[in-house]
Design a protein around this ligand. Sequence first.
Ligand SMILES: Cc1cc2nc3c(=O)[nH]c(=O)nc-3n(C[C@H](O)[C@H](O)[C@H](O)COP(=O)(O)OP(=O)(O)OC[C@H]3O[C@@H](n4cnc5c(N)ncnc54)[C@H](O)[C@@H]3O)c2cc1C
Length: 191
Amino acid sequence: MNPTIDSSELSRLTASLASALPDAVILPHDESPFKDATQSYWAQQACEAVPACVIQPRNAQELSEAVKILKDEFDATETQSVGDVTRGLFAIRGGGHSPLPGASSINGGVVIDLRRLDEVTPSEDRSSVVIGAGAKWMDVSKVLDAKGLAVVGGRNSAVGVGGLTLGGKNSTLECLHKPSKGLQSMPFTRL
Ligand SMILES: Cc1cc2nc3c(=O)[nH]c(=O)nc-3n(C[C@H](O)[C@H](O)[C@H](O)COP(=O)(O)OP(=O)(O)OC[C@H]3O[C@@H](n4cnc5c(N)ncnc54)[C@H](O)[C@@H]3O)c2cc1C
């Protein structure tokens, strides 16, 4: 039988995360930000999952620190996802538009919510753009539209760049570009 994380382990994990990342961790008693983080998924089933805490890293260092703590916890408990896909240690949230339960939400575990990593920086030669791991297509459009640039993004601006790049394929510009491995594999978008 695979071990699953118990409530005392989760409390210890949440306490470690909150201590290491006080400005990035949102606990259930932080009512308004916790509600904002957990009730803003596109799918109702994702909104129904209640995590132990949500981490919103503001930079790569904070994200790295969170991942290290989660890895230590994983090594200590050897937690494995079993039967119920919403069980486990953590979930990563981009734009929160996956309809799949447990894809970017989790019951009782930790959500790494990437929304603050929303940098959009076009290169000086206008041939590429650096996009933060938690940006949505609307963030990208706002910056690129102002410069008369376009990218092969999603058709719905609220969808996350990360999730669509990993799992989506359909763009408003698909009539112009039809690569076989998915439109977001085109070189002018770099995550
Ligand atoms: C209303 C609506 C409109 C849509 N329109 C389009 C469309 O025009 N074209 C299209 O191709 N698809 C479209 N989709 C599908 C969409 O691309 C997928 O559902 C996608 O997975 C959503 O990505 P997200 O980041 O918003 O969602 P999330 O639920 O946050 O993430 C989806 C998955 O990707 C993972 N993930 C997200 N970001 C990262 C990251 N930076 N690093 C690691 N893992 C990450 C999450 O862990 C999760 O497993 C649409 C979906 C909806 C609901």
